[in-house]
Design a protein around this ligand. Structure first.
Ligand code: ZN
Ligand code: ZN
Length: 236
């Protein structure tokens, strides 16, 4: 399976080098930087195209429309579960592998140390629900494979919001000049330490937030903190 294979030459070359046959292309959502390689990969392999069932008008040529809980077989051993994860767009899926160490392919919903924006067809309220009720519930050892590498920049945002986050500051030193071809793969447990959007109860996050929003309640609920952080990130 090729997930969001925009760089189709790289995907086809990687498959060839490993002796893999690409039989499925999965789009996490409808944005062009995720779908733009579909025609070339499908032309080269005859792969079937999978995406959120509600993306049928925004992604052309879907062979299999996905809904929450749908299982996808890859080869003879790997099974992936579809999570319906609105927020970045309203037709966004993440895939969770049913493997000994679970892996999450999360498109533009969850980034390393960050969350997707909602400017192009999304809604922050739904993004909060996806984070709180789906992603945060996964096992801490889940490996995180986002659609883009924004780790360093996002860690800067974490530290802007939570200057005393020592895990984030030491990680930033480690990854600032990392080789993109050997990038850190984080886990959900690590994200809970370094990703502001999972740190909604942190006293220092809330204290800093009050500087920007003086009318913040004494003990703001997690949804309010998330929405304010998402708002600040838009202009950060
Ligand atoms: Zn996107
Ligand atoms: Zn993207």
């Amino acid at each position: 399976m090729a997930v969001d294979p925009l760089d189709y030459e790289k995907c086809l070359a990687a498959a060839k080098a490993h002796g893999w046959q690409i039989t499925q292309v999965l789009n996490t959502h409808e944005h062009f930087d995720h779908t733009g390689g579909n025609p070339a990969v499908i032309a080269a392999t005859g792969a079937k195209l999978l995406a959120h069932a509600n993306a049928k008008n925004t992604i052309s040529g879907i062979d299999r429309g996905l809904k929450a809980g749908d299982l996808i077989k890859i080869g003879s051993t790997v099974e992936m579960e579809t999570l319906d994860t609105p927020g970045h767009t309203m037709s966004h899926v993440c895939l969770l592998s049913h493997t000994e160490t679970p892996a999450l392919f999360c498109g533009d919903t969850l980034f390393n140390a960050g969350a997707g924006n909602c400017h192009n067809g999304g809604h922050p309220e739904e993004l909060y629900d996806t984070f709180a009720h789906q992603l945060a519930q996964l096992d801490d050892n889940t490996l995180i494979y986002p659609g883009h590498d924004y780790l360093s920049n996002n860690l800067e945002f974490t530290l802007d919001r939570e200057p005393d986050n020592e895990r984030a500051s030491s990680l930033l030193i480690d990854v600032r000049d990392q080789d993109p071809n050997a990038a850190l793969v984080s886990t959900l447990g690590l994200e809970k330490e370094i990703n502001t959007f999972f740190r909604l109860h942190s006293p220092s996050v809330i204290a800093r937030l009050r500087d920007a929003f003086p009318d913040l309640p004494e003990q703001p609920d997690a949804r309010t903190v998330f929405l304010k952080l998402r708002q600040l990130r838009n202009s950060w």
